[in-house]
Write a protein that binds this ligand. Structure first.
Ligand code: PLP
Length: 417
């Protein structure tokens, strides 16, 4: 089954036609691929090739998809495009059968261009410009979220056939890396007025959506959130509205860094059984972003500058906080872990002397610092540093500041088939 899934991925729009590296099926795959690419670039000695690049491991995307299906059986993932809109990632996920969470017309276009039907898209943005609502109507994206009475008025005017999910603010106890509840989600006391407003507008509220925050560390938060969602289903019945049928459990999942995916699945399955056991007809959906985007991407950046100040080594690399490594400033507590490419830069031997090092990004901003006080072997110009698990909210948030654009980077795709 796995090779069949991978064959579909390799034929997918966004993937087909790109350079795909075939890897042997062993655990060292990704590392071998990156090191091999770096050695190829070093050997070519061509300045046009001497720049940072990303690798997307397509096999890992397929593995993550299979693990999602095992862990959350019957819960379709709507991949949150905002997390990383790389066309090959979107194409691979579409080929595997994923649905999509889009927050804007541009994200809808990116997904529709892959041949994904509009009914596999949810417009999961609670507050939208009117022109964007009209665009969703024109392309047939007919489900959206809302958390204000004002939004109901706009949707009635520009997309009266749209189905609504009420976005609920859930308890902020998941110790998330990013708390979305400070901006989005209806408070408990706002639920009934919102449901009444939708009814008066003739719009159907088909369910409830929540987001526990990105990269939660306490997965027990899903239970409290599912319970709070059930109270909204009950409130709708009390108001005499048609029964709701969709429970959107949002994102917050990681493939290991903040919490174990399997632990989150266990909590969710138990919570749905506990709070929705009497409503088997309810369809549960999810909006994972980081879970699918983080671990399949690896960045390799090249050292192009060096200065020695006493004991400290200072290096400049050709990607930084305005590029792929934007997560250093945008994600609270994110600590990058650059790994030097053994045999290009250094011996890799144990006992190799380490130096406290600062790694700067390429822009002229003194804030553009990737790591400081970080132990690295002595590096030279032309050596390479690798950053693993770098796909979530990284290139998606990057800029062209100082003319160093993340788009100049090459994306190589790795596959074990
Ligand atoms: N859904 C919505 C509405 C979001 O705002 C986000 C992230 O901001 C996501 C899904 C994806 O979240 P995560 O990356 O935590 O899975």
């Amino acid at each position: 089954e796995a090779p069949a899934a991978m064959r579909a991925v390799l034929e997918a729009p966004g993937v087909k036609g790109e350079e795909v590296l075939r890897l042997p099926c062993d655990a060292a795959n990704e590392k071998d691929a990156i090191n091999g690419l770096v050695r190829r670039i070093v050997a070519a000695d061509d300045p046009r090739l001497m720049s940072a690049f990303n690798v997307l491991d397509l096999s890992k995307v397929a593995e993550l998809f299979a693990a999602w299906q095992r862990g959350l059986k019957g819960v379709p993932p709507y991949y949150a495009v905002k997390c990383n809109p790389n066309p090959a990632l979107l194409g691979a996920l579409a080929a595997l059968g994923s649905c999509f969470d889009c927050a804007s017309p541009a994200e809808m276009d990116a997904v529709l261009a892959l041949g994904v039907a509009p009914d596999r898209i949810i417009y999961a943005n609670p507050c939208k410009p009117e022109s964007h609502i009209a665009y969703a109507a024109s392309v047939g994206v007919d489900v959206t979220t809302f958390d204000s009475v004002e939004e109901v008025g706009k949707i009635k005017r520009f997309h009266p056939g749209c189905k609504l999910l009420l976005r609920l603010k859930v308890p902020d106890a998941g110790e998330a890396l990013v708390n979305l509840g400070t901006k989005y989600g209806a408070l408990e006391e706002e639920v009934a007025p919102l449901l009444r407003a939708a009814r008066s507008a003739g719009l159907e509220v088909t369910g409830v959506a929540f987001h526990v925050g990105c990269a939660v560390t306490r997965v027990g938060i899903y239970d409290a959130s599912v319970k709070a969602a059930r109270a909204v289903f009950d409130a709708a019945v009390e108001l005499g509205l048609p029964p709701m049928r969709v429970l959107d459990i949002g994102g917050g999942f990681t493939a290991g860094r903040a919490s174990r995916f399997e632990d989150a699945c266990d909590v969710i399955i138990a919570a749905v059984a506990r709070h929705f056991g009497d409503m088997p007809e309810v369809e549960v959906i999810g909006e994972p972003g980081q879970y699918f985007a983080e671990t399949p991407f690896t960045l390799a950046a090249r050292v192009f500058g060096k200065r020695t100040r006493g004991e400290v080594r200072e290096y400049w690399i050709d990607d930084g906080i305005y590029g792929t490594l934007s997560c250093v400033v945008n994600i609270n507590g994110y600590i990058p872990r650059p790994v030097p490419v053994a045999s290009v830069c250094h011996s890799g031997d144990e006992g190799e002397e380490m130096h406290m090092s600062t790694v700067f990004g390429p822009t002229l901003d003194s804030l553009d610092v990737v790591v400081q006080g970080y132990p690295l072997p002595e590096l030279r110009i032309g050596d390479w540093l690798v950053f693993h698990d770098i796909g979530a909210y990284t290139t998606a948030v990057s800029t062209n500041f100082n003319g160093f654009s993340a788009s100049e980077m090459k994306t190589y795709l790795a596959s074990s088939v």
